[in-house]
Design a protein around this ligand. Structure first.
Ligand SMILES: NC(=O)c1ccc[n+]([C@@H]2O[C@H](COP(=O)([O-])OP(=O)(O)OC[C@H]3O[C@@H](n4cnc5c(N)ncnc54)[C@H](O)[C@@H]3O)[C@@H](O)[C@H]2O)c1
Length: 345
């Protein structure tokens, strides 16, 4: 820690998510000193220092870790490099916030979890949907049995795709660097929400397809989930979507939660029947359930580092979500057969 009691923060990877979330988040957190970043593309250094001040910029993350005496590090690199970068930062004694997905293989996820344990450092995965006001409200309502027993969840997350428009290059579409398309990129957020809200997943059937874009990974995908508690779920994700429904719905024995990120979070209760006695009562709980997320992620993370918040988006949560996504790809390759995800060791 710096002499003034501030945590020294660094970021590996200086692309879109680093610039939109991690760098500004550390910069505004009062317990941090944003000290350095590592980014191999030289042109990006000027872009970053112009926006975030006179930070030390490194082409090689190993030099940053060796020279900067950092306490906290964010991993904002393409998926393939998460494990290498996170393990190096953990071994250098840093707490690590790693972007999703945790890694591209379960073996790599296990290495990261082991490195955090061995170095007694925290490893958090950036499951930012958990920090949006709508999902947070749903989680506490489910914990309080506000809609009785949940038996069905439907999630739809889709947009026009990460590149061009968002990411700094097209690595998202390169299977070696990304390990998957929309089913992994968007799906991992959806899977994590399902695990967080409804509990462990026993099995998945998946269908990943490249429908519209000329890319080597999937641009649309479906997943059908079987929860250990008996509920069912389905997830639709895509990189080719025009504006439309973005959010999730949870059906319980006593009511329904509809969390439409653009239109609001609503609780639907009453009596649903096929007959004329059907009575539906709608209550708007949150007009803007998509608030929070990236805007509060780094403050939340620093609270986790300082012990003010419990670490729940941990390595095990990252591994669980990855196990389901990989099982969904396996299912898709086998014509949609039921696959049980590998469990936590
Ligand atoms: N939580 C979210 O909602 C969210 C949103 C977008 C992206 N992400 C995740 O963030 C990560 C980065 O995505 P992005 O959209 O910022 O992509 P990006 O292409 O904009 O940025 C990636 C950056 O990493 C740099 N990089 C590549 N190899 C490196 C290395 N060895 N050392 C240091 N830097 C290296 C690239 O030059 C680039 O600047 C991905 O894992 C992605 O899944 C998460």
């Amino acid at each position: 820690m710096a002499k003034n009691g501030l945590y020294r923060a660094g970021v590996i990877g200086g692309g879109a998510i680093a610039q939109e979330c991690h760098l500004p988040g550390y910069k505004k957190n009062k317990r941090c000193k944003l000290a350095a970043f590592a980014e191999p593309v030289a042109d990006r250094h000027g872009e970053i220092t112009a926006r975030f001040g006179n930070l030390a910029g490194y082409a090689d993350y190993r030099d940053m870790l060796a020279r900067e005496d950092l306490d906290v590090v964010s991993i904002c690199t393409p998926n393939r490099f998460h494990a290498e970068h996170a393990v190096a930062a953990l071994d250098a004694g840093c707490h690590v916030l790693c972007e999703k997905p945790i890694a591209t293989t379960l073996k790599d996820a296990d290495r990261m979890i082991a490195a955090a344990r061995a170095n007694r450092r925290k490893l958090m995965i950036g499951f930012t949907h958990r920090l949006l006001t709508g999902p947070m409200r749903c989680k506490s309502m489910l914990d309080n049995k506000a809609i009785g027993k949940p038996f069905m969840i439907r999630v739809r997350f889709a947009h026009g795709g990460p590149y061009p428009g968002w990411a700094k290059n097209s690595w998202f579409y390169n299977k070696k660097l990304s390990a998957g398309g929309a089913m992994l990129d968007m799906g991992i957020h959806a899977i994590d929400l399902c695990l967080w809200l409804l509990g462990p997943i026993a099995a998945v059937n998946g269908k990943a397809a490249t429908l519209i874009k000329d890319i080597e990974v999937d641009d649309n995908a479906l997943m059908m989930l079987e929860f250990k508690g008996g509920a069912l779920g389905y997830i639709e994700v895509g990189w080719t979507s025009k504006p439309g429904f973005n959010g999730f719905e949870i059906y319980g024995t006593e009511g329904t939660l509809i969390c439409d990120y653009a239109r609001g979070l609503q609780l639907c209760s009453g009596k649903a029947s096929a007959g004329k006695d059907s009575v539906t009562e709608w209550k708007v709980l949150d007009k803007k359930p998509g608030r929070g997320g990236w805007a509060i992620e780094l403050d939340y993370w620093m609270d986790v580092v300082m012990g003010n918040e419990k670490l729940t988006m941990n390595g095990a949560a990252g591994r669980d979500a990855l196990a389901v996504a990989l099982a969904a790809y396996k299912s898709s390759a086998a014509g949609g057969k039921r696959v049980e995800p590998a469990s936590i060791k």
